[in-house]
Design a protein around this ligand. Structure first.
Ligand SMILES: Nc1nc2c(c(=O)[nH]1)N=C([C@H](O)[C@@H](O)CO)CN2
Length: 121
């Protein structure tokens, strides 16, 4: 399996468990690793035969604007489900970081993997 990457994508959303967090927008930083087979796209030099990282990034930005979860866990789980359903992604790793949430840390967050890693050539 090959991998398509989206790194340090910043999205604005309402996120947090505290009352004050329900009234503001905060920035999350996302890293995605998307499992696919890039050989058909490379053979034909055709964007329609691969995972379009620009289209996926736009969907993520829209998703963040459409939802207001309390937990980064919920954001990650629901986003992974949406992306896999929308783009037919076999396997993905998604890291969601919340910079500034813990002042003495660069960022806190979660990392999840969903789907089946087929391996192979
Ligand atoms: N495992 C988690 N812990 C915490 C979360 C979270 O989403 N997942 N959220 C908060 C608060 O919203 C915090 O980010 C505010 O600074 C605390 N712990």
């Amino acid at each position: 399996m090959d991998l398509v990457l989206i790194e340090a994508l910043e999205v604005d959303t309402v996120i947090g468990v505290y009352d004050w967090e329900r009234t503001i927008t905060q920035t999350l930083r996302l890293d995605l690793t998307l499992g696919t087979d890039i050989r058909p796209a490379a053979a034909d030099d055709d964007i329609d035969l691969t995972l379009n990282y620009a289209a996926i990034s736009e969907r993520i930005i829209a998703f963040a604007g459409e939802h207001d979860f309390a937990l980064v866990e919920t954001f990650a789980e629901r986003l992974a489900e949406t992306l896999r359903d929308t783009f037919g992604i076999a396997w993905l790793r998604l890291t969601v970081r919340k910079p500034g949430a813990v002042p003495s840390a660069d960022a806190v967050g979660v990392c999840i993997e969903r789907g089946n890693w087929t391996g192979g050539a």
